[in-house]
Design a protein around this ligand. Structure first.
Ligand code: HEM
Length: 489
């Protein structure tokens, strides 16, 4: 459809000249967030590339992205029909499927309210302000014990390996009402699938755009199909157990609340949106998947930055020592009193931009942006990395400087600066886990910075080059960790 006539008064999208069959794949290279950022300097905030058979519009620039995703939100709220997305959650994913606006909106609302009630809900124990806080406090306790054990036994530890289990347990607690031991092989092999998942779902996967690749033997796609099946089986087993022990008067977790919703809906004659039970209960699959990979990647990067910038780690420790003290564990309500930690988190999101593109979007009708014509059903990539490194918005964008977010006297976070960091998307498709994620990253970090000191080990390389994907990870590595003095018995 890219040869279609352009309506009067609108312009044709600029962009690089495509080669036959492959289009602009060669120019995309192995780090599309960098190559597309370079191209945006030549072609502007809205331009088009050709990936295989498909035209793809690339959006850059904060104002342009805000215009598209919020002011013209409905025009760009769709998801493209991509080959790899059909295998996620059996094609019934909330985040990746091509559900039409009505069904998607109803599912999103359900997911949002289930998530909210099972995170901000009062916990069973009076010492915690909410279930999320309770889960995180307990998981950090387990984590610290595990790290102590592995340091004693091996003298080093792989940060991602331990963090991912702790984070998975927090979302497992909310979704399924259970946790797994750090050495549980079933959970470990499941969380390790995330690395292969994000490689295929990163924007610009060739198999999504060159149909011939779907029919040729393709190792990474085969792995992808297989890992999605394993993931679905894991969740399905837990869901079946929930069905067989379901009690309407005792809703234990998010899975129960979704099952309960299916029951209610059957009694509701006015319910006008047709949705199968599978599509409702299947929401838990999205919440669990989105809830562990994104946050464990953030925390793993955080530990890498602490190790790379020991003077920042020391200042963060001092801030906690002064504002919280060392006699109690930090809690959620300390967040507003720890501006340096808040700035560190913002700078970590900005500098790493480990979620470089949002999930791809799709135009839902013929529309225009900045005077350019964009036909219905055009795939759209939103380059969050470009915005987070735009020299128009940031001084020395390639430098890691948490202080850039602090007010002049260092006592508070400059909210306006913070809002320019784009990592959760914007508008209709904006992440529904954002509030939980920001709270969770904060509390995990506050607790581990209070109790632990991380360091590089001689002879163990620390490589912070990101591997491209939907979420970008640093190379696996070994670090050292020591208990802060007060906790050494
Ligand atoms: C969507 C980022 C944590 C659930 C998204 C999107 C981004 C994102 C960029 C896509 C936005 C778009 O397409 O425009 C993040 C980051 C997180 C995080 C950086 C952690 C630091 C979470 C958590 C949950 C969650 C904890 C749930 C437990 C979802 C869901 C969607 C989504 C369900 C799909 C929304 C839709 O398509 O309507 N997230 N997320 N995320 N996120 Fe998150």
């Amino acid at each position: 459809h890219f040869r279609r006539e352009i309506p009067e008064g609108l312009r044709r999208l600029p962009g690089p000249t495509p080669l036959p069959i492959i289009g602009n794949f060669l120019e995309l290279g192995s780090k599309p967030y960098l190559s597309l950022t370079e191209m945006s300097k030549r072609f502007g905030d809205v331009f088009q590339i050709q990936l295989g058979m498909r035209p793809v519009v690339i959006l850059s620039g904060y104002e342009t992205v805000k215009q598209a995703l919020t002011k013209q939100g409905d025009d760009f709220a769709g998801r493209p029909d991509l080959y790899s997305f059909r295998f996620i959650n059996d094609g019934k994913s909330l985040a990746f499927s091509t559900d039409k606006a009505g069904v998607w909106r109803a599912r999103r609302k359900l997911a949002y309210s289930a998530l909210r009630s099972f995170s901000s809900l009062e916990g069973k124990l009076p010492e915690y302000s909410c279930v999320l806080e309770e889960h995180i406090c307990k998981e950090t306790e387990h984590l610290i014990k595990e790290l102590h054990n592995v340091m004693t036994a091996e003298g080093k530890f792989d940060p991602f390996r331990y963090i991912v289990v702790s984070v998975a347990n927090v979302i497992c607690g909310m979704c399924f009402g259970r946790r797994y031991d750090h050495h549980n092989q079933e959970l470990l092999s499941l969380v390790n699938l995330a690395e292969d998942f994000v490689q295929v779902t990163g924007s610009g996967n060739p198999a999504d755009f060159i149909p011939a690749l779907q029919f040729l033997p393709n190792k990474s796609m085969k792995k992808f199909v297989n890992l999605n099946n394993r993931f679905n089986n894991f969740v399905q087993k837990i869901v079946s157990e929930h069905y067989s022990t379901f009690d309407k008067d005792n809703i234990r977790d998010i899975t129960d609340s979704l099952i309960d919703h299916c029951e209610d809906r059957k009694l509701d004659e006015n319910s006008n949106i047709q949705m199968s039970d599978e599509k409702i209960v299947g929401i838990v699959n999205d919440l669990f998947g989105a809830g562990f990979d994104t946050i464990s990647t953030a925390l793993s990067w955080a530990v890498m930055y602490l190790v790379a910038y020991p003077e920042v780690e020391e200042r963060l420790y001092e801030e906690i020592k002064e504002k919280v003290g060392l006699d109690r564990t930090p809690v959620m309500s300390d967040r507003s009193n720890l501006p340096l930690l808040e700035s560190f988190i913002l700078e970590l999101f900005r500098h790493s931009s480990y979620l470089p593109f949002t999930i791809p979007h799709c135009s839902t009708k013929d529309t225009s942006l900045n005077g350019y014509f964009i036909p219905k059903d055009t795939c759209v990539f939103v380059n969050q990395w470009q915005i987070n490194h735009d020299p128009e918005l940031w001084k020395d964008p390639s430098m890691f400087i948490p202080d850039r977010f602090l007010s002049a006297d260092g006592t508070e976070v400059n909210k306006q600066e913070g809002e320019k960091v784009l990592i959760f998307g914007l508008g209709r498709r904006r992440c529904i886990g954002e509030v939980i994620a920001r709270n969770e990253v904060f509390l995990f970090l506050a607790i581990i910075i209070q109790k632990l000191h991380f360091y590089k080990l001689p002879g163990e390389p620390v490589d912070m080059t990101p591997e491209y994907g939907l979420t970008m990870k640093h190379k696996r590595c070994y670090l050292g960790v020591a208990m802060r003095a007060k906790d050494v018995q």
